[in-house]
Write a protein that binds this ligand. Structure first.
Ligand SMILES: [Zn+2]
Length: 461
C-alpha cells in the first residue's frame, strides 16, 4: 500500500459501525425497541465521547471555555443543558472569519490522504451555503440512518428507486444514493431533477423498470403524476410505487399513488434525524445517533414536553465535524417519553412546523407564517398554497396573508372577509388577506423552481 494513504474501506471499521448503528432491517428488530434505560445509557456514553472530540475543534473550545464548561465534567444527559447552543448565524460568522470552511469542522482537507472525506454545502435558503466535511465514517453512519428512514417509509431491500433529487453540491441526493446502494441493496436510477432528465423520461423509466419509489419533493412527484396522466398512464395502478418518501401534501400524495406517506425530519449538517411510524403520533428520533431538545425561540430556555419551540440537535454518531447543541431554529415540540403504539420507546417529535427565525411579533403576539398557513387551509375555498409578507405601515408592523383559491373572482371579497375573521379569531390580532387565483403566488413561493418552498418574506427593513 502506498505510504500514508488510507482508503474508505480501511478508514471505517464496518463491524463496529453496524454494531453501534444497526442498519435496517436489523435496526427494527433491535435498537428500535430498546428500553428508555438502554437508550439513555447509549446516549450518555456516546455524548461523552463526542464532547471530548468537539472540544478539540476551535469553534466549540472557544464557546465552551467562555461558558466555563469542561467536557470531562459531563456525567449525565442533563449536563447537556450547561453547554451553550449556537445558531446558523454563529456558523456564518465562523465562515466569514475563516473562509471557506469556518473553524467548526473536526477535520481539514489536508487530512484527506489519511481520512477520506467529502464536502457538501447546505441549500443556502437563508444566506450563503454552509459547508460540512464528512469523514468516511460519517458518510456510512449517515447512510445507515437514511436507510432506516427510507425503510420505515416503505422502501425494501432489492427495490428499484428513481433518485430525482439534484446531484449537486448539496448532500441530499448523495446521502439517499449511499443509503440505497450501500445499505438497502436497491437499484438506483440516477435521473436527477427534471432539468437533467425530462419529466416524460422519468415516467418512462419508472414504468419500464417498475420503480418502487421516486425520491424528490412531493410537489415534483405530483407534477410527474400529471405527466403520467398526460401520457395515458394511471399513477396509482400503472406505476409500482410502494413507498412515498416525499415531503409534501400528504392527502393528495396518498390519494394519487395509493401508498401511505410518512413524515420525516433531518437537515444538512446532521442528515436524517426522525421518521414517523404507522401509528402516526409523532416522528421517532433515532436516539442512538441524536439527542433532540426544544428551547424557547427567544429566551433559549429549555421548554417542557409538548410546547412548540426551536429544535436543538446534538449528534452522537460522527467522527468529523461535530454538531453539539445546534439550535437549528426549526419549530417543533417533543412528545413525553412514553411507549408508542408501535412498541418503540424512542422519543417522538412533532412534524416540522416552520422556521423559528420567521417569527414576527405583531402587537405583542408571536406569529409564525406557517401557523397562519395552517389556519388558512381550514377554509373550504382556500388551497394549501399561501405566502405571508411582513411590512411596516404607519409606524407599525403588519402582516399580509396571500392565499389562492379555485373560486370565481366574484367570490374573492367574501373569501377575504371570512379568512380575515378566522385569523383574527384564532390569533387575536388583525391580518390583511389577499386573494389570488391558482398559481398566483408561484413567483413568491418559488414552488416550481426550488425544492424548498418559500412562505414568508420580511419587508420591514
Ligand atoms: Zn411508533
Amino acid at each position: 500500500m502506498p505510504q500514508g494513504i488510507r482508503r474508505p474501506h480501511e478508514a471505517v471499521d464496518y463491524a463496529a459501525l453496524t454494531q453501534l448503528y444497526p442498519p435496517p432491517p436489523q435496526y427494527f428488530e433491535s435498537a428500535y425497541y430498546d428500553t428508555r434505560e438502554a437508550i439513555e445509557a447509549k446516549q450518555l456514553a456516546r455524548l461523552q465521547d463526542r464532547a471530548l472530540r468537539a472540544y478539540q475543534v476551535p469553534f466549540f473550545r472557544k464557546r465552551w471555555d467562555a461558558a466555563g464548561f469542561d467536557p470531562r465534567s459531563l456525567t449525565s444527559l442533563a449536563d447537556l443543558d450547561r453547554i451553550p447552543f449556537y445558531t446558523v448565524d454563529d456558523i456564518r460568522k465562523s465562515i466569514d472569519a475563516n473562509p471557506p470552511l469556518g473553524d467548526y469542522q473536526g477535520v481539514s482537507i489536508g487530512d484527506a490522504r489519511r481520512e477520506p472525506m467529502r464536502v457538501f454545502m447546505s441549500g443556502g435558503t437563508t444566506g450563503n451555503s454552509r459547508p460540512t466535511l464528512y469523514t468516511a465514517w460519517d458518510r456510512e453512519a449517515g447512510a445507515i440512518l437514511t436507510a432506516r428512514g427510507l425503510y420505515q417509509q416503505g422502501i425494501r431491500p432489492g427495490d428499484t428507486v428513481l433518485n430525482s433529487w439534484a446531484y449537486s453540491t448539496h448532500n441530499g441526493a448523495f446521502s439517499m444514493d449511499e443509503a440505497l446502494y450501500n445499505w438497502l441493496n436497491c437499484v438506483v436510477i440516477t435521473t436527477g431533477t427534471g432539468t437533467v432528465t425530462s419529466s416524460r423520461r422519468q415516467i418512462e423509466l419508472a414504468l419500464q423498470y417498475g420503480a418502487n419509489a421516486i425520491l424528490t419533493t412531493g410537489d415534483y412527484l405530483l407534477r410527474l403524476a400529471d405527466m403520467a396522466r398526460e401520457m395515458g398512464i394511471d399513477p396509482k395502478n400503472d406505476l409500482k410505487l410502494c413507498a412515498l418518501p416525499n415531503i409534501g401534501e400528504r392527502e393528495i400524495l396518498e390519494e394519487t399513488f395509493g401508498v401511505p406517506n410518512y413524515a420525516s425530519y433531518g437537515f444538512h449538517e446532521v442528515q436524517w434525524v426522525a421518521t414517523e411510524c404507522p401509528a402516526r403520533q409523532g416522528l421517532h428520533i433515532m436516539e442512538d445517533a441524536f439527542i433532540v431538545q426544544v428551547v424557547d425561540t427567544e429566551s433559549g430556555e429549555l421548554l417542557p414536553d409538548g410546547e412548540l419551540g426551536s429544535l436543538v440537535v446534538t449528534e452522537v454518531y460522527k467522527t468529523g465535524s461535530p454538531q453539539f447543541r445546534y439550535n437549528i431554529m426549526d419549530l417543533s415540540s417533543l412528545h413525553p417519553p412514553e411507549r408508542c403504539e408501535c412498541g418503540s420507546w424512542l422519543r417522538r417529535m412533532a412534524p416540522f412546523a416552520g422556521r423559528g427565525d420567521n417569527m414576527v411579533k405583531l402587537r405583542g403576539v408571536n406569529v409564525w407564517p406557517e401557523a397562519l398557513g395552517e389556519i388558512v387551509m381550514t377554509h373550504a375555498e382556500a388551497t394549501e398554497d399561501y405566502f405571508v409578507r411582513a411590512i411596516r405601515q404607519e409606524n407599525r408592523d403588519e402582516m399580509i396573508v396571500a392565499i389562492t383559491t379555485p373560486a370565481q373572482t366574484s367570490a374573492y371579497a367574501t373569501i377575504q372577509g371570512e379568512i380575515e375573521s378566522l385569523l383574527k379569531e384564532k390569533i387575536g390580532v388583525k391580518f390583511t388577506v389577499e386573494v389570488h387565483p391558482l398559481g398566483g403566488l408561484d413567483e413568491w413561493t418559488e414552488i416550481k423552481t426550488s425544492p424548498k418552498t418559500k412562505r414568508f418574506s420580511d419587508e420591514r427593513n
